[in-house]
Design a protein around this ligand. Structure first.
Ligand SMILES: Cc1cc2nc3c(=O)[nH]c(=O)nc-3n(C[C@H](O)[C@H](O)[C@H](O)COP(=O)(O)OP(=O)(O)OC[C@H]3O[C@@H](n4cnc5c(N)ncnc54)[C@H](O)[C@@H]3O)c2cc1C
Length: 394
């Protein structure tokens, strides 16, 4: 089949990898002018994620780029450590930077897949036999299937499923993330500082440049997700007067080329497909922080492509089966992520102290740490990965 994928971050190239291996003709269209770097560390945890990476043939390439992050120290305003987030829990079994993951996926697919950067879909019209797609570049083409892998603000979702506010559940947490030259001598470790409703995290996963994350809690704040100048301004205002070394990080933000900002949002749809169009990854079922979003995207890509092959291209049956299999798995991740604001951006000094006490305790009480790790991994492993026939790599 001739298949169009919108979005070249994680879900899109992961799906392209499988579809091309099954012999489909795959085009990926990405709005950005080139593959996007940047972003925080993302992790894979438990047997389901790791087995999926094995089957993709990417585990070794990702292991080479693993962050091997140590603990993240939680500090007070003077910089003194008061607790720590244990890496055994927060870095999963294999942690890589999102930009590294996207680069590995792209490298593994670029020979077999047609990538078109700097373009996007503007119209989709489908009938029983195919999908007509208009692009911003003025091109027009007919495909057999279209997959929306274009993230939380998915253009495919908007065009095919509508712009209903019922699809999005904002968690009220906003985050700005960027890279800056190392100034804090962090070697594969991190530091977190919180004031009510705001957290600053700096980490150096590869021992070089620092990745800075500035998160705050403010349900209902509106912003333009295309206007990065406005987003930087919002961060500056929210973090004005925040202590520790926040002022120097705000100055570095202005110089950062890979600044990324978004609100943590969950996507909930009654159906992930409509006719010949299907959604995967954050476009269809974003969970938010701690919701296993990256793992769900790669597992979902495997299942979607595998079911299409099993159904011999009968897309309706394949999309239905993909959804039946993945929905309960996605739901556990989304439920887990719903609690993330309490941990990321506690809203009072009392709640900050409670969080810090909790992490201090699990650090020194191994049985509690094991229980916490069990809960953190449980949602990622709650899936029976189907066995699909996969043609050997040539
Ligand atoms: C630059 C960047 C940085 C990120 N940083 C973090 C982070 O620090 N922490 C975190 O938890 N998550 C981050 N994410 C999101 C994270 O990658 C996803 O939650 C997860 O990996 C699932 O990936 P996805 O491919 O479904 O969606 P995404 O990773 O969001 O990718 C969507 C892709 O679609 C592209 N796109 C958007 N609209 C269109 C359109 N209309 N047409 C064509 N292409 C389009 C985007 O440019 C992007 O490349 C980041 C995403 C990006 C793109």
């Amino acid at each position: 089949m001739d298949i169009l994928i919108s979005g070249a971050s994680v879900a899109g190239p992961a799906l392209a990898l499988w579809l091309s291996r099954y012999g489909h003709d795959v085009t990926v269209v990405e709005k950005a002018p080139a593959l996007r770097g940047g972003g925080y560390a993302v992790d894979f945890r438990g047997a389901v994620h790791l087995e999926t990476l094995n089957r993709m043939g990417l585990r070794a390439a990702l292991e080479v780029r693993a962050t091997h992050m140590g603990d993240i120290a939680i500090v007070d305003g003077t910089g003194a450590q008061v607790a720590a987030l244990p890496s055994a829990i927060f870095s999963g079994d294999l942690e890589v930077l999102r930009g590294d993951l996207a680069a590995v996926l792209y490298a593994a697919t670029r020979e077999r897949v047609r990538y078109r950067f700097g373009d996007h879909i503007t119209a989709i019209a489908q009938d029983d036999a195919g999908v007509d797609v208009d692009f911003a570049s003025g091109r027009r083409r007919r495909f057999d299937l279209v997959a929306g892998c274009d993230g939380v603000h998915s253009g495919v979702r908007r065009l095919v499923f509508g712009d209903s506010p019922q699809h999005t559940r904002p968690l009220g947490v906003y985050g700005g993330i960027f890279t800056m030259p190392a100034t804090m001598h962090l070697h594969r470790s991190g530091i977190m500082y919180s004031e009510p409703g705001r957290s600053v995290t700096v980490m150096s996963p590869h021992g070089g440049d620092q990745i800075v994350s500035l998160s705050f809690y403010e349900p209902g704040l509106g912003f333009d997700h295309r206007d990065t100048a406005q987003q930087r301004r919002i961060i500056r205002e929210r973090f004005a007067g925040v202590g520790w070394r926040t002022p120097e990080l705000l100055d570095a933000m202005d110089a950062a080329a890979d600044f990324w900002f978004d609100e943590s949002t969950q996507i909930h749809l009654d159906s992930w497909s409509s006719g010949r169009v299907v959604l995967l990854g954050d476009a269809g079922f974003a969970g938010g922080p701690g919701g296993n979003g990256t793992g769900l995207a790669v597992v979902g890509a495997h299942v979607l492509a595998g079911e299409l092959d099993r159904a011999r291209g009968e897309h309706r049956a394949a999309f239905a089966r993909y959804e039946t299999l993945m929905r309960p798995y996605v739901a556990t991740g989304q439920k887990q992520a719903g609690g993330s604001p309490d941990f990321l951006v506690p809203t009072t000094w009392k709640k900050i102290a409670q969080r810090n006490r909790f992490f201090k305790t699990i650090r020194y009480v191994p049985p509690m740490r094991r229980v916490f790790k069990y809960f953190a991994t449980r949602t990622a492993t709650a899936f029976d990965l189907p066995e699909y026939e996969v043609p050997a790599l040539t």
